[in-house]
Design a protein around this ligand. Structure first.
Ligand code: BES
Ligand code: MN
Ligand code: ZN
Length: 488
């Protein structure tokens, strides 16, 4: 659904008209007619957030369909409150086909700025999403029309150009993460990524042979147990006026299904492991967004795609593999596959792309949700300035990060065994930090950040902002980060 922006209410409007009502207990002054006030009292409608009341009003010769929407204490709407309000509104008008959002009616007395309206619309569109493509009994969703009436229609429409691309990207990440692993696997995801050349991205897909030529023994090792071969995709957006300026590189873990390989997961742990490619989905849509919004920055996205399966050809615990960096890794657990596919992706970034910084995003460790729950993602970073930039972007988009330590105290965490390092530990302590310390060995001392979204990529229950399922966590935060970099 695309909002329409107009300066006037369309003639003969028949749909529902949103009327915002501030908290009636807290605020005396509101320009509601006595008739409406009376109706409100009769219905015990107080104007607190998440309270809605449909009303039918007769005015001389016409009838108005109103939906009163509680605003709480206006007008200081933060970005999060705005998105929340938009989401609640979307829920309340789910079965309506035409919605009139006249800013003056929705926010009586205090016109919000244009950016705040963008947040409201963002929340509205995001809340409508559900993954129902495979349900033949899915409700025939009403074709919705949302008309925004505001004197600033032209500049709002222009802002929505940009914001709409971000919202679309969020919804597409949710689609990708929700797709079942028999539909979405390394080759099919690489094919989808290849389509992005139509947006102006330069796309390179490395197949098994190309991966062998690059020496990516870790990515190949993880993929070798599956009937679906692995892929690495590089998506390049050259938006900077100087194409030679070092790019920001963002790499995503793209395990399209994580059975654990020969270190097979048990049933409750294997269920849901289609979402182990959430990082790669975020990176793919992030690059699309950069291209669609013509972001003035050089960015390269890397998708490390493989399926982690057990078979006669699968990587064995005890195997020693040679990574692209030349370092040897002894496999202790075939289920520690994320760090393996990423170590080759990171090395590719630092050895071939001359990055200004490298960021990876990955559903890497179950221990992440043990530490931080589903509310925040872990941020591991070897550069304080970069960590601060990412942290702030997370606060601004409500995709919040919490910094975890990877300082020298943890240097001995990754054991050497018979090779340069082992990929896992059977100890229970500091497992997320272990994985980060493992990755750190493949960034050659460059500014690098690792975002572990294992706890935040998927929501087990409905929230006010979104339904249960894929969250697209990281897309908005990383886009905000890139925009800040572009304007720095
Ligand atoms: N994909 C999992 C991590 C995960 C767990 C993501 C739960 C989302 C929800 C990862 O590949 C994994 O299996 N990690 C192991 C590592 C261990 C074997 C070294 C873990 O966290 O237990
Ligand atoms: Mn695993
Ligand atoms: Zn995994």
């Amino acid at each position: 659904m695309k909002p329409e922006f107009r300066t006037e209410v369309p003639a003969d409007w028949k749909g529902i008209r949103i009327v915002g009502v501030p908290d009636l207990l807290k605020q005396e002054s509101s320009n509601l007619s006595p008739a409406v006030r009376e109706a409100l009292n009769a219905q015990n409608f107080t104007g607190t957030p998440n309270s809605f009341l449909p009303l039918i009003l007769q005015k001389q010769d016409r009838v108005d369909n109103l939906l009163l929407a509680g605003l709480g204490e206006v007008p200081s709407l933060t970005p999060l409150q705005s998105r929340r309000f938009g989401a609640l509104l979307a829920d309340a008008v789910r079965d309506r086909s035409a919605i009139l959002f006249r800013t003056e009616d929705v926010f009586p007395g205090a016109l919000p700025d244009e950016q705040t309206l963008m947040h409201v619309l963002n929340g509205f569109c995001a809340r409508q999403y559900s993954f129902d493509r495979y349900r033949s009994d899915r409700e025939k969703t009403v074709a919705q029309r949302l008309v925004v009436v505001d004197a600033r229609a032209a500049s709002l429409a222009q802002l929505w150009e940009r914001q709409g691309h971000i919202v679309d990207a969020v919804l597409r990440v949710k689609d990708l993460v929700s797709e079942p692993p028999n539909v979405l696997y390394p080759e099919s995801m690489a094919d989808m990524a290849a389509q992005l050349k139509n947006c102006g991205l330069e796309v390179t897909v490395f197949d098994e042979q190309a991966l062998a030529e690059l020496g990516m023994g870790a990515l190949l090792g993880v993929g070798q147990g599956s009937a679906r071969p692995p892929r690495l995709v590089a998506l390049r957006w050259t938006g900077d006026h100087n194409p030679d300026n070092p790019p920001v590189v963002v790499a995503g873990k793209g395990i399209t299904f994580d059975a654990g390989g020969l270190s097979l997961k048990t049933r409750p742990h294997m269920q849901g492991m289609k979402n182990d490619m959430a990082g790669a989905a975020v990176v793919m849509e992030l690059l699309r967004c950069a291209a669609e919004n013509r972001l003035p920055l050089n960015v390269v996205g890397i998708l490390a795609l493989a399926e982690n399966m057990p078979s006669g050809k699968a990587l064995r615990p005890d195997d020693i593999i040679r990574t692209m960096s030349g370092k040897y890794v002894e496999i202790l657990s075939a289920d520690g596959e994320g760090r393996l596919v990423l170590c080759d992706a990171l090395w590719y970034a630092v050895s071939r792309l001359n990055p200004s910084c490298v960021i990876d995003i990955a559903t890497l460790t179950g221990a992440m949700s043990t530490a931080l729950g589903w509310q925040k993602a872990g941020l591991f970073c070897n550069d304080d300035a970069l960590a601060e930039e990412l942290y702030r972007a997370g606060e601004q988009t409500s995709e919040r990060l919490w910094r975890m330590p990877i300082d020298a105290d943890y240097d001995d965490l990754v054991p050497r065994g018979d090779a340069d390092m082992e990929n896992a530990t059977f100890g229970q302590n500091a497992r997320s930090i272990f994985a980060a310390k493992f990755l750190e060995k493949f960034v050659d001392g460059r500014p690098w950040a690792h975002i572990d979204i294992a706890g935040t990529a998927w929501s087990e229950k409905d929230t006010p902002m979104a339904r249960k399922g894929a969250t697209a966590f990281g897309l908005q935060l990383l886009y905000q980060f890139l925009e800040r970099r572009a304007s720095a």
